[in-house]
Structures are given as structure tokens and as C-alpha cells.
Design a protein around this ligand. Structure first.
Ligand code: UT7
Length: 336
């Protein structure tokens, strides 16, 4: 956990997002597995999600590049104006190279630094705090933070895999952070947590090595595995806890934050948090019904939607919050 005084201001100067064209509705899922629209909507709030272009050999990089291009346009910046790209993802197109390197090449960013960070659904929230420090500490003038995942590549759309498959969708979002002479904007407080003892609550077994001692079943290989109830219990406790922790570090009360930009994992979890902190619907945007759980793409996508709707204004306070595999959870509170 961290709270700090800032020597230099850091401003969020642009945002962008990208959703694939292809839709997967609950009605489509009913044809693939034993499930129903009613079950999915009641338990998760999801109606449809998006699927990457299956003819694209690099779907994660392509979506990330599209989101970053939009963010650069929003900021009025050229790709060569960037100093560094950090990409939060748990679904790179291949183990190496990093998605961020392909994004830099696709956009023509030159030879700037580029690297990926994996903290699953919490990845974007962790990374935006790190990016802030790289600017505030004087190493860079501008850093792009991309959150992107194409986790549907790891979903088993049969009745065997239905517990997790119905949740996820593909998306990307990106923010551009830039140094400013105004010391006011920037990170107010942040928290990052992990608990590796919960690793098996949500994971993707690869090469069978992780599943032989658990439950050897070929169908699990490379497909996302989730103990839904365990993750649900973890989420409903840690999600409000980390909000409280970050508010306490900042010395703020819940109404003093203008937007809670939350990872969209389940509409019920979001609603429970909103009620607990007594927040109006306008302060905690929910888009999961349209896109599903988009992992590291989730928070920047919500932020970009708010910005496009004219809800994001200078001087506001915005808290990004996420939780996910690892297990990981965290928050990043900003003064815009
Ligand atoms: O980014 C973080 C990622 N994940 C999360 O935040 C997920 C948190 N967990 C959840 O959101 C919920 O646990 C789920 C929505 C995934 C599942 O809801 P649940 O109320 O916990 O259901 P359950 O896993 O306890 O399953 C209840 C029943 C079971 O049948 P029986 O044993 O009662 O006969 C399941 O086999 O529902 C069955 N089931 C389904 N039925 C229809 C499981 N998946 C499905 C499905 N359609 N897709």
C-alpha cells in the first residue's frame, strides 16, 4: 500500500478502447452447451460478449494496438511522442515476444521501451500506478498503459467448461499518461495485493503439467478453470476492502470520489459494492451486460466509455479497482 506526495504532476491525457466485431450472445451459448439465458443473466448480468477475429494470428496485439491508436488520437499525440508502452495482459499471442512490442511495431513507435505485466484482471490497475511512478520519478515524460485480453481463446464452449466460459469476452483499453507542470493531477493512493495460495481458484493449466496432480482431464488443458463460488467469496470481501483501504490512505470518504471504475466480473458483485458504499449508479458504471468480463481490458474500457459520454472532467477523483486470478486485487486512486 502506498500514499505519496508528488514532485511532478501526471495527467491522463487520452483514452481509447477496442471491441471486436463478432458477438456471442446467451442465445448462441444455449446452442453450444447446457445453459440458459435466464441462468446467465440472473447469476452474472451478462447478455453478450465479443470474440476476437479468429483469422487474426495476433488478436491480443491487434486489439491492443487499436485501443492505443485511439488513445493517441484522443490525446492529439503521435506514436513517436511516447516514451514507453506497458501492456497488462494474461493472454499474449505467444509466450514471447511481449504484446507491447508488437503494439509498438504496429503503431510505428520506433524503438521505445515496451513490456508486458501479468496480474490477470488486476493487471491494468497495478500497471497504471507503476506508470505514474515512472513519470513522477522523472524517468519518462509519457507512458502508454494498455490493458488487453482475448481470454475467449481459452474458453471451453461445451457443457464441461460452461462454468467459466459464459463469463468472458475480449476487449482492449488504453490510457496515455503525461507529465505536467501542474502538480495537482496524479496518483493520490494505491494498493496492490496478491495471495498465491488461491492460485487454483482461477487458472489456465498449460501443457498438462499443472493438472496431473489435480484432476487429469485432457479437456482442461489450456482452458480457463474457475472455482466460481470461491472466487465470488474472495471478490465480495476483497473488493470493498481494497476500496476502504485506498480511501483511508487518501483520507477521503466514499462520496468524495467521482467515479469508481471497477473491473466488471459480475453485476451482482458490483451492485453489492455500490450499495455498501451508498453510491449512486452514475458513480459506478456497469457495462458487463454488453461485454462480459474482459479481464485486463475491463477498467480502461469503462474509463473510455465514461470519457466518450462526457462524464470525465478535470479536477475529478477516479478510483480504478480490480480483482482476479493470482489471486490478486488492488486499487489506484487518481486526481484528474
Ligand atoms: O475476474 C474475476 C473472475 N471471476 C469472477 O468474478 C466469478 C465469480 N463467481 C461467479 O460470478 C459465480 O460463481 C458464477 C456466475 C460463475 C456461478 O454462479 P454460482 O451461483 O456460484 O453457481 P455455481 O457454480 O454454484 O453452480 C450452480 C449450479 C451447478 O449445478 P448444480 O450442482 O447445482 O446442479 C452448476 O453445475 O449451476 C450449474 N452451472 C450452470 N448452469 C447453467 C454452472 N455453470 C452453468 C451455466 N449454465 N453456464
Amino acid at each position: 500500500m502506498t500514499t505519496r506526495s508528488r514532485p511532478a504532476g501526471v495527467q491522463i491525457v487520452g483514452s481509447g478502447s477496442a471491441l471486436p466485431e463478432r458477438r456471442l450472445t446467451n442465445a448462441d451459448l444455449e446452442k453450444l452447451m447446457d445453459t440458459s439465458d435466464e441462468w446467465i443473466v440472473q447469476r452474472t448480468g451478462i447478455h453478450e460478449r465479443r470474440l476476437h477475429d479468429k483469422n487474426d494470428p495476433y488478436p491480443t496485439s491487434s486489439l491492443g494496438a487499436k485501443a492505443l491508436r485511439a488513445a493517441l488520437d484522443d490525446a492529439g499525440m503521435a506514436p513517436t511522442d511516447l516514451g514507453l508502452i506497458l501492456c497488462a495482459t494474461m493472454t499474449p499471442d505467444s509466450p514471447t515476444p511481449a504484446v507491447s512490442c508488437r503494439i509498438a511495431a504496429q503503431l510505428g513507435c520506433g524503438t521505445i521501451g515496451a513490456m508486458d505485466i501479468n496480474a490477470a484482471c488486476s493487471g491494468f490497475v497495478f500497471t497504471i500506478s507503476l506508470a505514474h511512478e515512472l513519470i513522477a520519478g522523472g524517468l519518462y515524460d509519457s507512458v502508454a498503459v494498455v490493458g488487453v485480453d482475448t481470454v475467449t481463446r481459452h474458453c471451453d464452449y461445451s457443457t464441461f467448461g460452461r462454468g467459466a466460459a459464459i463469463l468472458f469476452g475480449d476487449a482492449a483499453g488504453a490510457l496515455i499518461l503525461r507529465k505536467t507542470d501542474d502538480p495537482a493531477p496524479g496518483l493520490i493512493a494505491q494498493a496492490m495485493h496478491s495471495d498465491g495460495d488461491g492460485a487454483r481458484a482461477l487458472y489456465i493449466p498449460s501443457g498438462m503439467s499443472q493438472i496431473v496432480d489435480a484432476q487429469p482431464d485432457e479437456r482442461m488443458n489450456d482452458k480457463i478453470q474457475m472455482n466460481g463460488q470461491k472466487v465470488f467469496k474472495f471478490a465480495v470481501s476483497k473488493f470493498p476492502e481494497v476500496i476502504e483501504e485506498t480511501l483511508a490512505l487518501a483520507g477521503l470518504a466514499p462520496p468524495e470520489v467521482d467515479h469508481y471504475v471497477c473491473h466488471q466480473a459480475n453485476a451482482r458483485i458490483l451492485e453489492a459494492a455500490r450499495e455498501r458504499f451508498g453510491l449512486p449508479e452514475s458513480k459506478l458504471r456497469v457495462n458487463i451486460h454488453r461485454v462480459g468480463n474482459t479481464v485486463a481490458g475491463s477498467c480502461p474500457l469503462v474509463f473510455d466509455e465514461l470519457k466518450k459520454d462526457g462524464q470525465i472532467k478535470p479536477g475529478q477523483k477516479v478510483m480504478f479497482i480490480a480483482f482476479g486470478a493470482g489471486l490478486t486485487w488492488g486499487a489506484s486512486l487518481w486526481q484528474l
